[in-house]
Write a protein that binds this ligand. Structure first.
Ligand code: SF4
Ligand code: SF4
Length: 430
């Protein structure tokens, strides 16, 4: 029997109705290899599992809003009828006054008019995987036959716009696009018309198991410095032109942290354990990035979902994120927003040789340090009940003032930029 104090009030399960089955073969995918976990399976969620999960998931949430997250593999391979049934079950089990939200992550290549109409009719929030302009996207996102997919994904975007489907762009950052932050961001903003963008770093272990073991990474993986520079490049453009118009997930998360609120994204929370993953047969795992035998909590057809979520194993998984934080992170000035990042990437060692440092540390540190001042400005605006977008005008004013002071500075004056160097050795250099 579960103690109610142990069961969380709310948690999220990423559901994989088609398991790892996908019509694409993206070079950096971490999930295709999970097929090995279920030899001989048809990889289709049965009606019994869907029904039981829907009931248990809704019953377990002690909040008025419940989000179902569909992912894969490629969830659209289940067909529309499966999702119509899912909606019917949600309607059947939801409590009066409860709001149900469906989110779905897709590679976009199977989206047609019927899907567009369905998503709109049921208010799905879609995550569309797109890695930037054509060449950068097609570098790794190819189908099983090796054919590029960019044009098909852009067609999905057209359909979403035609039907008014709400969508986010999910862009992974890897060797083919990491050095081009402005090109990628401007493409999303100006050509795709995206309002919501997530940038996910590709950090993938290079091993035969597909599990989080070993420290070697694939050649597609982004380096820490590249990721930091990428985020800085995008941020500098966004903070001057697009605040309040374009929403970039990591910038929103950072602003929440600078406001003293919880980041709201598991990667930057102090602990994890409330973002689980469920395979097609009802097997529940600690997290989407730890779908491997030692992190399998059980099966919801045998053990109640809420018991698995509140289990000691899952609590230990969640607490380990904080308990294993190396001293370098504990002492770090940006820990309040970073919290050491996702445990799956903690494969580096600190300057003192302590294990458990995030591989992306240098990038996170550079990025979070770089945005400190504009973040403080936005916090100031919010506390004065003004729009954070005012940061754009403040920065523009500052930059105009500085340009005027540069124009007046003499060669031997201290540089107006505040570097402490003479102007002739700093911004006044020919
Ligand atoms: S392991 Fe990483 S992705 Fe999984 S819940 Fe924790 S922070 Fe989130
Ligand atoms: S920036 Fe680096 S040292 Fe600081 S909390 Fe993040 S991972 Fe740890």
């Amino acid at each position: 029997m579960i103690q109610s104090s142990v069961a969380p009030r709310a948690f999220h399960v990423m559901v994989k109705p088609r398991g790892p089955i996908c019509n694409l073969n993206c070079g950096y995918c971490y999930y295709l290899a999970k097929e090995k976990l279920y030899p001989g399976s048809d990889f289709r969620m049965s009606d019994a599992v869907l029904d039981s999960f829907t009931r248990q998931y809704i019953e377990a949430q002690q909040v008025p809003e419940v989000t179902f997250g569909w992912q894969g593999g490629e969830p659209l391979l289940m067909g529309i009828a499966f999702f119509e049934r899912a909606i019917a079950l949600q309607e059947h089990y939801k409590r009066p006054g409860m709001r149900i939200i469906n989110t779905l992550q897709t590679n976009g290549t199977l989206v047609d008019e019927a899907w567009g109409a369905f998503f709109k009719a049921h208010n799905f929030l879609i995550g569309l995987s797109l890695d930037g302009p054509q060449a950068m996207h097609d570098a790794y996102r190819r189908d099983k036959g090796g054919a590029p997919t960019w044009e098909r994904v852009m067609r999905a975007r057209d359909i979403f716009q035609k039907y008014g489907v709400e969508y986010n762009i999910l862009c992974t950052v890897h060797q083919a696009n990491a050095d081009h932050p402005l090109e990628v961001y401007r493409f999303f903003r100006d050509e795709v018309g995206a309002q919501f963008i997530q940038f996910i770093p590709i950090v993938r272990r290079d091993n035969d198991t597909g599990y989080q073991e070993g420290t070697a990474l694939t050649a597609h993986s982004v380096t820490a410095q590249q990721y930091g520079d990428f985020l800085i490049g995008v941020f500098d453009e966004w903070v001057r032109h697009d605040v309040g118009q374009v929403y970039v997930q990591i910038f929103d998360v950072a602003l929440a942290a600078w406001m003293g609120q919880r980041p709201g994204l598991c990667i930057f929370e102090p602990t994890c354990g409330l973002a689980l993953a469920m395979e097609h047969n009802g097997d529940l795992y600690a997290c989407d990035h730890f779908v491997e035998p030692r992190y399998r909590l059980g099966n919801i057809m045998e053990t109640p979902l809420v018991e698995l979520v509140a289990s000691e194993a899952q609590q230990a998984f969640g607490q380990a994120k904080r308990d294993t934080l190396p001293q370098q992170c504990r002492d770090c000035e940006v820990r309040f927003v970073c919290n050491g990042g996702c445990p799956k990437n903690r494969i580096a060692v600190t300057a003192d040789g302590e294990p458990g440092l995030n591989y992306l540390c240098a990038g996170y540190k550079a990025f979070f340090t770089h945005i400190d001042r504009p973040m403080r400005m936005m916090v100031e605006e919010l506390r004065q009940r003004r729009a954070p977008a005012n940061v754009m005008y403040r920065l523009a004013q500052e930059e105009a003032d500085l340009a005027a002071r540069f124009a007046q500075a003499r060669r031997n004056d201290l540089c107006p930029c505040g570097s402490g160097k003479k102007f002739k050795y700093c911004h006044g250099r020919a």
